[in-house]
Design a binder for this molecule. Structure first.
Ligand SMILES: Nc1ncnc2c1ncn2[C@@H]1O[C@H](COP(=O)(O)OP(=O)(O)OP(=O)(O)O)[C@@H](O)[C@H]1O
Length: 721
């Protein structure tokens, strides 16, 4: 350590001692305060604040901060050091801020400042604050011990750019089985997204590994802090592609001190909204169909069930059906409860179409029926003779029951099902409307619906109908919605979510280059931006990729270039590693080579999580069995998996999306398994970009035309020898 570093270290040690002592003191005081369980509301509110304090301080006591920024506000006499941590801490005696919450306005400088001598500024509630930055320092404190002090900018020195040394150190670390927070190394382009205004539909196109998922989670924590008076954690939600992915990301929000945010999948959420009236058909079957190898795969076009039912045209079609259904809902006849009494149809229509027109259909029906009953009571009240009154009342009830058979009661599913049935289609809907659904979709859907099962693409239509029939209870509305892997969402899914979201407050993230579910997702972000007004929409691109080494990113980019015209290519952060290894063998050598590769990866220190990535689910099953027979313990990941365990995972390539591993072994990268097609290029790209440090391809046969071996290390094993 040179003298300068030594003195910086000493200075930080003293500061840490002081801060830790104050945090300790506050924590002990709070822990000694008895917890209030009584009925007094004011006391309860104080207790909530105390509990929050206990939780924040318990975290802060171990790692109070991770960064320091010396900033001299214009007009101030000197620069003041600002220490930035996951939670703010105030010196109770002096009122001075010892640690500033990373989400506070001034902390944004720590992330947005990119070097140079010019003045820097940040947005505060009082307007723009400008000044000079003198020092940006990264600090690693673990369990109250100061481990690292790294200056990434110092105004007094030659280098005036903010260096990446600390970022590279963090990126070089091994991963366990959970995604981590990145508060200490958030990059300027990520910070802009995290701090973007709440009432905007933000759409973010980010290359693989650019931190989309991570940024979305940090944005939730930021919104909760910044808009704490307006929004509640329980009313914020993150939609992720599957339950295992939710498990994988589940650690980040608690690490950021945020609890209670809903984390779900679109299907789980809709099935819950529909009170589980229907079941989802086994998604593994859909995946097997769409990810079959080569010519066995169906063609993706706008008549693929997912694209058709996920389109805004289909939403409009359902709207037309619902509209016509409502229009013809009230039968054309007067209601005659008994001879001589008549409720004219004109009055009933008035009640239905004018007085109650703002209510959704189910509610409207209830209200108008209650009104008819009240009218009947009033008519009966005019009759004095009790026995006659009783007789008429009975007759009127019977006639009302018969009359109301013309007022069908529907659930979302019963209505939707009707549109796909040859016999039960409502006569009130003109044939030209019903004829709009392609016959193949009608037949397949009708067959499935008989078992009360639906596909993923039926869920947005079902919820749309449910909402039109029943309206939305206010406690079901969201304050903010995050959609991760949004390229796999349909416009209809986003449109229906929009109905449940206050003020267009969305964060929609994805990567079109990873759009492997094109049979149901989007091809262009315009399909979503078209749903919102221009002034309500924000669009960002993230081009830098933080996950993988330069070698892996360049290799993955070359796959994209071979399969896609004009692809969105990732720019690597300069973290160099080993070359991508292409292990060429024959069919016989496939398994022995895999075992050897696993053994050699496990010997190294850089691979605590390894993925063996098969092309299909069947191959993943077979590999898993073969490895366990050989005494190698692995975790098989299937579409139904709920928990991500780490270690060695075996999984089909399409299930790797969103995950990351220290090392990835891509199996069967042959011309047969990965053809020179758009979808195979995307699949292979997804597989490659899961690797942090090591990417190895096992090629038992002719190499896939998507692979460019120019910069790779080619190892040929002749198994017969
Ligand atoms: N600013 C950063 N500092 C440190 N690590 C980062 C940063 N940004 C992203 N990372 C790391 O990069 C990896 C990729 O992040 P994440 O999974 O959020 O990316 P993504 O864009 O959602 O990826 P993909 O689309 O490929 O699934 C993670 O390990 C994350 O911790």
């Amino acid at each position: 350590m040179d003298t300068k570093t030594q003195s910086a270290y000493q200075e930080e040690l003293q500061r840490l001692e002081r801060t830790s002592a104050e945090i300790d003191r506050q924590l002990q005081r709070l822990q000694a305060t008895p917890v209030y369980y009584g009925p007094d509301l004011a006391e309860q509110a104080l207790e909530v604040a105390r509990e929050q304090g206990r939780q924040n301080l318990s975290k802060a006591v171990e790692e109070p901060y991770f960064g320091r920024l010396d900033f001299q506000e214009t007009g101030a006499a000197a620069a003041a050091p600002l220490y930035i941590g996951k939670a703010g801490v105030e010196d109770e005696r002096t009122g001075q801020l010892l640690v500033i919450d990373w989400r506070a306005p001034v902390a944004s400088l720590f992330y947005s400042f990119t070097g140079g001598l010019d003045a820097a500024s940040y947005d505060s509630p009082d307007g723009l604050i400008a000044g000079l930055v003198y020092l940006k320092r990264n600090l690693v404190v673990r369990k109250q011990i100061l481990q690292r002090v790294v200056d990434t900018y110092n105004r007094d020195e030659d280098s005036l750019a903010v260096g990446d040394e600390f970022l590279l150190y963090r990126l070089g670390e091994n991963k366990d089985n959970k995604l981590r927070d990145i508060v200490s190394t958030i990059q300027a382009e990520q910070d802009r997204i995290i701090r973007a205004a709440k009432n905007t539909a933000l759409i973010i196109q980010g290359v693989a590994g650019s931190g989309k998922t991570t940024v979305a989670l940090h944005r939730l924590a930021f919104l909760l802090y910044q808009y704490r008076e307006q929004i509640r954690a329980e009313r914020m939600v993150i939609f992720a592609p599957n339950s295992m992915f939710l498990d994988y990301i589940s650690g980040v929000l608690p690490e950021l001190g945020v609890g209670n945010i809903q984390q779900t999948t679109f299907s789980d959420w809709v099935l819950d909204m529909l009170d589980q009236e229907v079941k989802l058909a086994d998604p593994a079957l859909t995946l097997q169909t769409w990810f079959a190898v080569g010519s066995k795969r169906p063609v993706v076009n706008n008549h693929a069930p997912g694209r058709f039912k996920g389109s805004i045209a289909f939403k409009q079609y359902l709207e037309d059906c619902l509209h016509r259904f409502e229009e013809s809902y009230v039968p054309a006849s007067d209601f005659l409860p008994w001879e001589g009494a008549k409720l004219p149809i004109a009055t009933i229509r008035e009640w239905f179409f004018v007085e109650n027109k703002h209510y959704p259909l189910v509610k409207r029906r209830e209200r108008v029926i209650a009104r008819i009953k009240r009218w009947m009571e009033m008519q009966l009240d005019k009759i004095w003779e009790q026995s006659r009154k009783k007789e008429l009342k009975k007759k009127a009830s019977q006639r009302l029951r018969t009359y109301l058979t013309g007022w069908p009661e529907h659930t979302a599913f019963s209505f939707y099902k009707m549109l796909f049935s040859d016999t039960g289609r409502p006569t009130s809907l003109p044939a030209e409307l019903l004829g709009q659904i392609p016959e193949a979709i009608v037949t397949a859907s009708a067959k499935l619906f008989k078992k009360k099962e639906v596909q993923l693409e039926d869920l947005a239509p079902l919820l749309y109908i449910h909402t039109r029939l029943n309206g939305i209870a206010s406690d079901r509305m969201f304050d903010h919605v995050v959609i991760d892997e949004a390229q796999d969402f349909s416009p209809f899914q986003v449109a229906v979510l929009d109905k449940y979201t206050r003020n267009r407050s969305f964060t929609i993230l994805g990567d079109l280059s990873q759009g492997i579910h094109a049979y149901q997702g989007i091809i262009d972000w315009k399909e979503f931006s078209g749903l919102f007004k221009e002034e309500e929409t924000g669009y960002f691109e993230l081009e830098r990729s933080y996950r993988s080494t330069v070698e892996i990113i360049q290799f993955a980019n070359s796959v994209l270039k071979r399969g896609i015209d004009d692809p969105l290519l990732a720019v690597p952060v300069f973290r160099s590693g080993n070359k991508v290894r292409v292990l060429q063998t024959d069919a016989k050598g496939r398994l022995p080579l895999l075992k050897m590769a696993l053994a050699s990866l496990q010997e190294g220190t850089s691979s605590s999580t390894i993925a063996v990535v098969a092309r299909t689910e069947k191959q993943a099953n077979e590999l898993h069995d073969a490895l366990s027979e050989a005494g190698i313990s692995t975790n098989l990941i299937t579409a139904k998996q709920r928990v991500y365990r780490g270690g060695i995972s075996v999984l089909p390539v399409y299930l790797t999306k969103g995950l990351e591993f220290d090392a990835v072994l891509l199996m069967d990268v042959t011309a047969q398994h990965y053809e020179a097609t758009l979808i195979d290029a995307k699949l292979l790209y997804v597989g490659c970009t899961r690797a942090l440090h090591e990417l190895w391809l096992i090629v038992p046969g002719a190499l896939s035309p998507l692979v460019d071996t120019e910069d790779s290390e080619i190892v040929t094993t002749d198994h017969s020898a």
